[in-house]
Design a protein around this ligand. Structure first.
Ligand SMILES: [Fe+2]
Ligand SMILES: [Fe+2]
Length: 137
């Protein structure tokens, strides 16, 4: 696995989407930081909840813009969002059940996954949006 801890995701060119991606990355950094600090687990859980809430909102708003523009890649994109949120909810589930605390490795995997999603699927959607705007302006 390559080290993506300090890399920033590629830009989609859409200011709102890019700002939301920055926040997603910051929340994942806080999560790693909180885990690395050890000790009381409640701060980690709090950040995880924030990440879930914010990512739900971000994914829904991306999907809304896609539907608004009749984006042909919508279904495949939606599937990736759903898969990520399932993974994150599984992590939360295991915490709630007291099974284990998530490993730093797991958070790193989430981060890699998200960066990959942004660099491919989200950037492709950004290009689609720009092309469309170019046609109408
Ligand atoms: Fe995104
Ligand atoms: Fe996306």
């Amino acid at each position: 696995m390559h080290d993506t801890l300090h890399s920033t995701p590629l830009k989609t060119g859409d200011k709102t989407i890019d700002a939301e991606h920055d926040l997603q990355m910051q929340l994942l950094s806080s999560l790693s930081q909180s885990l690395a600090n050890g000790g009381d687990f409640s701060p980690t859980r709090y950040v995880l909840e924030q990440f879930i809430e914010f990512s739900d909102m971000h994914f829904l708003s991306e999907q809304l813009v896609m539907r608004l523009h009749a984006y042909p890649g919508y279904e495949a994109h939606l599937e990736e969002h759903t898969r990520l949120m399932k993974k994150v909810r599984d992590i939360r589930e295991s915490i709630v059940c007291g099974e284990k605390t998530p490993s730093l490795q797991l958070i790193q995997e989430l981060r890699d996954w998200l960066i990959n999603h942004i660099a491919t699927k989200d950037v492709a959607f950004g290009e689609f949006l720009r092309k469309k705007e170019g046609l109408t302006s």
